[in-house]
Write a protein that binds this ligand. Structure first.
Ligand code: NAD
Length: 505
């Protein structure tokens, strides 16, 4: 064991200490709350399966208390000056940065994500807060729409208390991505983090309150999705649900929210193509292909899990990927050298291993990996490369959400486009070619919410983030986030000159 790993394990244990003992509860109205529920579940380590902590499963009464706190706090927070919100949210970012090591180490222990990526979790989270903080003063701005004898103008008003429901893959970053714009807009929040990785959500709720954001503006209820999450999406005081998770859950969120007419924003799964043409800069394409499927353990909605390779470069490019894969470092997430860590949970490991069996049954070739990692106790699966696949196979259609890449050969542009669009998902697409015309034709033809040309997923916060088809509804980022968290109101003032219709004389 390297010295750095040993040091990180010791530090992480220190940070984890506070979560031992009493079960992790909720955070309601600025306070840690055990809540009314008697249900408790175990949060297990992805690294060795040992218990990390116990967690309270929120009851209907707990959800109700959180929603009521958010409703009460909304009355004041909605009226707060945008400049005040800007200052407070910058303070949140400062505090996130001050606790960046704690956030990173806890996130690794809770999710199995490698420290080399999670060391930036706090930085990315703080950046989200700063970005939306700076937009808070202008969030209410609207349009002037003058008519002949009237002036119409629009303003935006915060929607109300909103639910934020997040998944387990990169929970801290994703929570800040939803919560920062909600707070900047003047909404209050009830957050329900994923049951497999609840820890950093509690750190975030504490930090927001410590920064001076009034109690009740951010609330957190822990619990199982089908129960606590469901109760939240059905609560009449909650005006909208901002959800990140599986497509199947997204449909449930819509139907659960229908009776109370909730606005929904869904960021869902993907089976994203990376399309490499023979004329591409193949060295750069190789780096991006390997990075976009094997980083974050492949547990990434934007991962390029389908590699579409032009037939003339197929064999050679696969050789080069295989060469890289032999050197990928699978190991303890707290080891700074680790590139691939363990999967989040035994059930998820089972799912990913199940797909490797499906690959065998469907007749694909397992070119690299394909098994559980021997000699490591946790949920480690070998980075895997599947070749000889056809687009109709389940390994080319379904989201595996692990370090598994399915390769599909193509002949020409039309063939590439047909294969790329032959899935129910449409989150991202990555196109590699040196021809500008081809890049444009492909980018416009591919069914995806986001397209990168000659790049891996490279985020710029003002740009819209979201998917089409089964990958989601709605966009985040820049002003798009405010469109979701705010209502547009039109106000029409008369010049006093127009003829008002007269009835009855
Ligand atoms: P999931 O859908 O199982 O769970 C997500 C959250 O929803 C959890 O907090 C869970 O407790 C809750 N939940 C589950 N059932 C619910 C219900 N009936 N009502 C209310 N809440 C409920 O997803 P997951 O397995 O945690 O995350 C992985 C998925 O998330 C993948 O499909 C991945 O692609 C997707 N994801 C998408 C994006 C994106 O931006 N598009 C980002 C990250 C992850």
């Amino acid at each position: 064991m390297s010295e750095a790993l040993q040091r990180n394990i010791e530090k992480a244990k220190g940070f984890l200490e506070r979560f031992r003992g009493a079960p992790l509860g909720h955070y309601i109205n600025g306070r840690d709350e055990r809540g009314a529920s008697t249900e408790v579940f175990e949060n297990l380590s992805p690294i060795d399966g040992s218990p990390l902590c116990k967690v309270v499963g929120g009851s209907d009464a707990d959800v109700d208390a959180a929603a009521r706190a958010a409703k009460t706090a909304f009355a004041g927070w909605r009226k707060s000056d945008g400049k005040t919100r800007r200052a407070l949210l910058h303070r949140v970012a400062d505090l996130i940065e001050a606790r960046s090591e704690e956030i990173a180490l806890i996130e690794c222990l809770d999710t199995g994500q490698a420290l080399r990526f999670m060391s930036k979790a706090a930085e990315r989270g703080a950046e989200n807060f700063r970005f939306f903080a700076d937009r808070a003063p202008d969030a209410a701005d609207g349009l002037a729409l003058p008519a002949a004898e009237h002036l119409n103008y629009t303003v935006r008003e915060p929607l109300g208390p909103v639910a934020v429901i997040t998944p387990w893959n990169t929970p801290f970053m994703l929570s800040t991505w939803k919560i920062a714009p909600a707070l900047a807009a003047g909404c209050t929040v009830v957050h329900k983090p994923a049951e497999w990785s609840p820890l950093t959500a509690m750190l975030l709720a504490e930090i927001v309150t410590e920064a001076g954001v009034p109690p009740g503006v951010i609330n957190l209820v822990n619990g199982i999705g089908e129960r606590t999450g469901r109760a939240l999406t059905e609560h009449p005081d909650i005006r909208a649900t901002a959800f990140i998770g599986e497509s199947r859950t997204g449909s449930l969120i819509m139907s659960q929210g229908a009776p109370t007419l909730k606005r929904v924003h869904l960021e869902l799964g993907g089976k994203n193509p990376v399309i490499v043409f023979a004329d591409a800069d193949l060295d750069r394409a190789l780096d991006a292909v390997v990075f976009m499927i094997y980083s974050l353990n492949g547990e990434r909605c934007t991962s390029s899990s389908r590699l579409l390779l032009q037939r003339s470069i197929h064999d050679e490019f696969i050789e080069r990927i295989a060469g890289r894969m032999r050197r990928l470092k699978v190991g303890h997430p707290l080891d700074p050298a680790t590139e691939v860590g363990p999967l989040i949970h035994a059930r998820h490991l089972e799912k990913v291993l199940g797909y490797l069996q499906v690959a065998r049954d469907e007749g694909a070739e397992i070119r690299c990996g394909g098994r559980r990692v021997e000699g490591l106790a946790g949920h480690y699966v070998e980075p895997t490369l599947l070749t000889g696949a056809r687009s109709s196979m389940r390994i080319a259609q379904e989201e595996i959400f692990g370090p598994v890449l399915t390769v599909l050969p193509f002949d020409d542009e039309a063939d590439a486009l047909r294969i790329a669009n032959d899935v129910r998902y449409g989150l991202t697409a990555y196109i590699w070619t040196e021809s500008a015309g081809r890049a444009l034709r492909m980018a416009h033809g591919v069914e995806a919410g986001m397209v990168w040309v000659n790049s891996e997923n490279n985020r710029h916060l003002p740009t819209p983030f979201g998917g089409v088809k089964a990958s989601g509804i709605g966009r985040d980022g820049g002003d798009y986030s405010f469109e979701f968290y705010m209502e547009t109101k039109n106000i029409c003032l008369a010049h006093g000159t127009h003829r008002v219709p007269r009835l009855g004389g």
